[in-house]
Design a protein around this ligand. Structure first.
Ligand SMILES: Nc1ncnc2c1ncn2[C@@H]1O[C@H](COP(=O)(O)OP(=O)(O)OP(=O)(O)O)[C@@H](O)[C@H]1O
Length: 217
């Protein structure tokens, strides 16, 4: 079966002035195929977000290779990585970062702007809001949503362009158990729809729901 995301012997480290580098992971191998959910787990500060940013091609690994669909990102220039990310990767960061000056529906449509597909994807955006259970909040502003509703809206936005790889950072952080389990159900549904899902979390329910795990020290 094809591999959507691969880490081959990856090191993620930060240089520190007048100190040894901060090494978050070294020799890390991760394989995420379609229809699989992989969880990067670990305590706060262990490096989960940093690993996800490398997986999303936002930061190069210090050592090793990161491949999307077998393509080594190190062989591509920044524009090519940006284009591929737009076409293939949905990235949902920890803050959810919805834009306050726009409605929820307009936020979901943001990824369609650079792709010049806003008109074409209007129906899909509404269908996604329905799927994540907040169709009735389409014209609300993000500031009027609960934390769980904001996560749902951000997830709908990450799914707009039908990514093969969905990368999600701590999607259940700060939510009560019921809302968190609702978000986990949505991620599992995408996994079951054959998306490759990489998630960072220390939520035991989400770690349990994963097909494979990488534990950071
Ligand atoms: N750009 C950077 N430059 C230098 N150090 C960084 C950088 N980004 C993160 N760090 C450090 O790397 C470590 C891991 O941070 P990271 O955000 O990846 O952890 P995390 O496991 O996602 O944490 P949390 O669960 O609290 O979000 C922290 O000590 C952080 O201060």
């Amino acid at each position: 079966m094809s591999t959507v995301l691969e880490f081959d012997d990856v090191t993620v480290a930060y240089a520190r002035p007048r100190d040894v580098p901060l090494v978050l992971v070294s020799g890390c191998d991760i394989t995420v195929r379609p229809g699989r959910l992989h969880c990067v787990a670990g305590r706060s500060g262990s490096g989960k977000t940093s690993v996800l940013r490398v997986a999303a091609g936002l930061v190069a690994p210090s050592e090793g290779r990161v491949l999307w669909d077998g393509l080594d990102l190190a062989g591509l220039d920044d524009d090519a990585v940006t284009r591929l990310r737009r076409d293939r990767v949905g990235f949902l960061d920890q803050a959810g970062s919805l834009l306050d000056g726009m409605s929820v529906l307009e936020n979901v449509l943001v990824p369609a702007v650079p792709a010049r597909r806003v008109r074409e994807l209007g129906e899909r955006a509404l269908a996604l809001l329905d799927e994540v259970g907040i169709a009735d909040r389409a014209s609300a502003r993000p500031g009027e949503l609960s934390g769980g509703e904001r996560q749902r809206a951000a997830l709908a936005r990450a799914l707009l362009l039908s990514p093969r790889l969905l990368i999600v950072d701590e999607p259940t952080a700060g939510l009560d158990r019921t809302s968190a389990d609702g978000i986990i159900d949505l991620l599992v549904a995408r996994r079951d729809a054959d998306v490759a899902v990489l998630v960072a979390s220390h939520d035991p329910h989400l770690i349990d729901a994963a097909d494979a795990r990488t534990h950071l020290a």
